[in-house]
Design a protein around this ligand. Sequence first.
Ligand code: DHE
Length: 804
Amino acid sequence: MKLVKFGAFLLLLAAVLAACGNRESRPSTKEYVLTTALENGNPVFLGVGDEINGLVNPRLSAEAGQVITITLVNGGEGRHQIVFPAIKVETATVSQKGESASVTFTVPGNLEELEYEDGNSAYTALGMKGVLAISEAQSAPVAQQPADPVLYTKELAVSSFQKGGCLACHTISEVPGAVGTIGPDLSEIGKLASQRIETGEYTGMAKTTEAYLLESIQSPDAFVSPDCLTGPCTKGLMPASVSEIFSENELKAVVNYLAALPDGEIKPVEVAAGPVEAQPEVAVAAPVGETPELTEEEFSWAKQTFFERCAGCHGTLRKGATGPALTPDKTLPKGTVGLAAIIYNGTSRGMPGWGTQGILTDAQTKTMAKYLQNDPPAPPELSLQEMKESWQLITPVEQRPTSPQTTRDWENYFIVTLRDAGQVAIIDGDTYEIVSTVDSGYAVHITRMSASGRYAYVTGRDGRLALIDLWMEKPEVVARVQTCYDARSVEVSKYEGPEGDFRDKYAVTGCYWPPHFAILDGQTLEPMKVVSTRSYTYDTGEFHTEPRVAAILASHFKPEWIVNVKETGQVWIVNYTDPMNPTIKMIEAALFLHDGGWESTKRYFMVAANQSNKIAVIDSQEGDLEALVDTPAVPHPGRGANWIDPEFGPVWSSPHLGDPAVVSVATDPLGHADNAWKSVRVTPLPGAGSLFIKTHPDSKWIWVDMTLNSDPVLARTICVIAKDNPAEVSKCWEVSTYGRTVHMEYNKQGTEVWISVWGDAAIAGETGEIVIYDDATLEEKARIKDLITPTGKFNVFNTVNDIY
Ligand code: DHE
């Protein structure tokens, strides 16, 4: 038996080598550039360069198996896209003059021509369409190899699954490594397919189980399975390009193997002797397991894009946190196609579909998939000296006002993140006027206020921190500093008591990279001290090179900060009475600590350990771990919501990224000891993907968003839960007709709720806005329009006093 298997392995090797040989002799790539124009008043595609120069809706040509790149350059202001509907290949949409988008794909071998058209059917109807003529491959003669008449079908099928990256998305119980949860479980697919054909549930063209399976690989959208592991599958989830990776024999083996599942007899693949078929090259694919190469340009694009879009969840060194680890040992077995499918479509645990949302093009998705299979480059460190060199004291303390220079109620200002503009807007909570807009850092993340409320500290993802003086008539940045290259948190010293008055004295920034926190002078931002968080994981004691600093909260009762160290699962209690020599108590909690807030007495700190699906409760008075509470998938509270449950007394609630539920944890060990630190209530939501929750002690409502839900309607829907009837949501509604709804904040009086809408600055009327509701009636009061990706909104009074 061993001998036969070894023989099969040799034959497989021969097949792979043959494929490699073929690759060298395949046709070169081909490129076309098209632009958009008007011809006799009608929109058309116009050829640019080479044989199509100046031709209207040019007839393109390519050989079967050739890799072709089509670039579309927008000639006007409309929204255009080139789409090849038959093979579901398309460029990204271009909407501004001069903007371009490309798509690269392998020309299929089974068609004579392919139609292309505009992604907007109205433009297609007006004539924006053409044809790609496909001729037979003229490639150099294929090396003649002996065919394989005896390959085990199952082994060929399993190796094909690996080659196609299928295991990244599907579970097949008898195939090692097939544990993907994005597509349907295929462990019994043969039986299921024949049942579906018999019962009429199946609505595709096939008449047999094998034909059903072949169709589902070649035209995945012909019949969309109702059973993805996280709910009904959706069109476009499985890339049709997978079928192009397989040779004819591999395709047959996959179909025959799946048709026999779970326990039928596998029909052998009948292979005729003769030349091994030429394998069409797929633009993306090095064989699974082999590190794909990138050009210098691709590598630097992917490195920057990973930092901007992905590092927050997966870690700069890709060791995983909110998202899974993406080191080559994890990514290589999935292969380029498997990874690209995941990146393109997103996951049920909350990763957005970067392709389906139009953020990455098909080609960019594949470049990222290739990048992820290479070793992550290590970013530079940042010393205290370098921080000091970056420090700018724009307005020294003695030149600042000694009392508020405005008649406005500055404690009711909202500091609003305009994320993609790299700015914050300071908006008067009484008049809704924008008092000032200041440049902060790239992709501003959060703002916190000094204990007096006078200063706002704004941190961008790039680790740049800005200090804004809210007492100025028009608030301005009075100091800046860079304490890291990647940051998410900032906090201030709030304590006043027997141990001293530390209000407005210090600030602390928490960094993702380098992994450290830095203590700064609270009035000037002068860097004072940097403390590395590199340490050992709390559970296995492994040294971690990138334990990032997540949420930081200031105690109101002690001169202490609660610093959450994500990857080691430790909560550090940092005493700042002597900031140059801080004492740190390390509390073991859970992985991976992310965001959280105080419960209503501000003694216990509640933090989401979002990879463990737990809330860790830290007793800041005793300085220890009080409890670990189980929750559904990926709790994401922001700072959470404190309210009184009619049955369980004081609770703190969190929504979830991966589960449609608000979970409430009882927080009153004195008055309700039996329930304390238990998850006492689950309020179902219409969808998952929630980022934030908010309430106010004077409100009868708890507000919750579902920003990252893949359904665009739910993503812009907000729900409220009535505190006196918390078993179910009372009301949900769409906040806007476009975009996503994110983050809620109350005004100082607790009478209004402000909600952000993310839009698209390129679409008139859909840039983004803040919608203001009357909290008592839930009626809309106002809209502050034309804001670029308004995100977090931090009311001065509520932030100082930790009201949520
Ligand atoms: Fe945040 C808070 C980290 C994605 C908007 N975010 C936080 C905190 C952390 C964090 C650690 C708590 C800070 C504190 O209290 O000291 N956020 C991260 C990430 O690592 C993550 C998942 C991925 C990333 O790459 O950054 C991430 N966050 C987002 C977003 O996509 C959001 C919605 C918009 C954006 O900035 O791109 C976003 N995060 C926010 C906001 C808060 C926040 C508005 C503050 C909430 C509050 O009410 O306090």
